[in-house]
Design a protein around this ligand. Structure first.
Ligand SMILES: Cc1cc2nc3c(=O)[nH]c(=O)nc-3n(C[C@H](O)[C@H](O)[C@H](O)COP(=O)(O)OP(=O)(O)OC[C@H]3O[C@@H](n4cnc5c(N)ncnc54)[C@H](O)[C@@H]3O)c2cc1C
Length: 413
């Protein structure tokens, strides 16, 4: 019987099971059927420098089938670009970070990341319970009891000390534990696609805050870019369905002329955006991680980076607990996780929600003042603080984020 059962076959569940396999506790992993690849070939994830260090240390980064693209510069602007000419002051990419010694982040196709994680899981010290869905969860004699249903409809139960719920934004484990979630209404939808650019992107990422929502372009190999365009939900449906030429003209007009004409190179996917927060990601015998614990607006590309922080911090806490002879579900483990995650998760949730609200729902005068702040920020020392946060490992500190695995104690296992 495993001490810890990690639930969820998404990006968070896989990295959490792999990470915790380096803890002194026995780990099992519950996963529904393999992902059907819906859109994973189109979606990309921006991984911060500290997230990259963690994936490298675990041996996952080396197995990526697509070469990650380093972000060597980040260019941010607000307001509509002025047509035709070089953008006017105030509409140009006022805020710019240039890479100093190492890239602040890397863009990885989701399909390549999932494949590398899956491949690594095959050799990990993790009991795999595949093709199973969690149908219920209770606590019996201070242990968690999960009811699993397999793809043939057969029911089995699994007992463990600690469940780590990585079962996504609609987490059944969160609901079963009665943890309240505060969800913002669905007002915006992200249109996601791959595009090519007329001018070379030179490994720069672009983000423009518009009144309709932020539009971001992240660099990929072969002069492709990954588009995440946030729009009011009805507009997103219209742009998903419209003629390709109209779409190309609309995205080129939205970002400005810095990259020349933009051309759609893939299907267009849509993602309803419903940021959600919970005050406490723990309950008896349960810890939540990834989107089960926090769903943030994708404008900063930080959702999965938070999940990496969740897993790395939890590993350190479990190693300390074991050294003190405590079980994985001990109250001090839950309390430590809650305390160590609340600052980074709270700060990212607040920053992304407020930035989005500032430019989309505030009167244009206030948004303009905020825009002026961007050019001021470009010349202020605070810029290096933001840059450090984007690199990761500042708001959350853990051995893996610094590229270190916990020392194995001879008494383990
Ligand atoms: C448009 C967009 C762009 C983004 N870009 C970035 C980015 O650049 N950088 C970044 O860091 N983040 C980014 N994010 C956020 C990131 O994609 C998410 O944080 C991450 O994918 C969440 O993964 P997850 O595994 O927690 O959740 P999910 O992907 O939702 O996975 C949940 C898993 O749990 C399984 N599951 C659910 N219920 C059960 C059950 N009862 N039993 C068993 N299994 C179950 C599901 O099958 C699924 O496999 C972006 C998000 C969006 C929407």
């Amino acid at each position: 019987m495993a001490d810890i059962v990690v639930v969820g076959g998404g990006l968070t569940g896989l990295i959490t099971a792999l990470t915790l396999s380096h803890s002194p506790f026995q780990v099992a992993h519950v996963q529904c059927q393999q992902r059907d690849g819906d859109g994973e070939t189109i979606r990309t994830t921006t991984i911060s420098a500290s997230g990259k260090r963690m994936l490298e240390t675990l041996g996952v980064w080396q197995h990526l089938t697509a070469v990650p693209t380093p972000i060597e510069a980040l260019k941010v602007a607000d307001g509509e670009p002025s047509a035709g000419s070089k953008a006017r002051r105030g509409n140009a990419f006022d805020l710019e970070w240039q890479d100093q010694d190492e890239p602040m982040a890397f863009v990885v196709p989701n399909a390549a990341l999932l494949a590398a994680l899956e491949r690594h899981m095959r050799n990990a010290d993790v009991e795999r319970l595949t093709n199973r869905t969690v149908a219920g969860s209770t606590i019996v004699n201070k242990q968690a009891e999960l009811t699993l249903v397999n793809d043939k409809g057969l029911i089995e139960s699994v007992i463990c000390d600690l469940v780590v719920g990585c079962d996504g934004p609609n987490s059944l484990l969160r609901k079963s534990a009665g943890i309240r979630q505060h969800k913002l209404p669905h007002r915006q939808t992200a249109v996601v696609a791959l595009i090519s650019t007329e001018q070379p992107h030179s490994n720069a990422a672009f983000q423009r805050f518009l009144a309709s929502g932020p539009i971001a372009l992240m660099p990929l190999a072969n002069n492709l870019m990954s588009l995440v365009w946030t729009l009011p939900k009805q507009e997103a449906s219209r742009y998903q369905a419209c003629d390709v030429n109209e779409f190309n003209m609309a995205i080129t007009a939205a970002i400005g002329d810095e990259l020349g004409f933009l051309n759609l190179q893939s299907d267009r996917l849509v993602w309803p955006l419903k940021p959600a927060f919970i005050a406490n990601p723990t309950a008896d015998n349960l810890i939540l991680a990834g989107d089960a614990a926090h769903v943030i607006h994708p404008l900063a590309g930080q959702g999965y980076n938070l999940a990496l922080g969740d897993a790395a911090v939890l590993l350190d806490i479990l190693c300390t607990a074991s050294a003190r002879g405590l079980p994985a579900s001990h109250l001090s483990v839950l309390a430590d996780y809650r305390h160590k995650r609340q600052f980074e998760v709270g700060a990212m949730s607040l920053a992304t929600t407020s930035l989005n609200a500032l430019f989309t729902t505030m009167p244009s005068g206030i948004a303009r003042i905020a825009g002026l702040g961007m050019s001021l920020l470009n010349r202020s020392p605070a810029k290096s603080v933001f840059s450090a946060i984007a690199r990761g490992g500042i708001l959350a500190q853990a051995n893996l984020l610094a590229g270190k695995l916990p020392q194995r104690d001879e008494r383990w296992r």
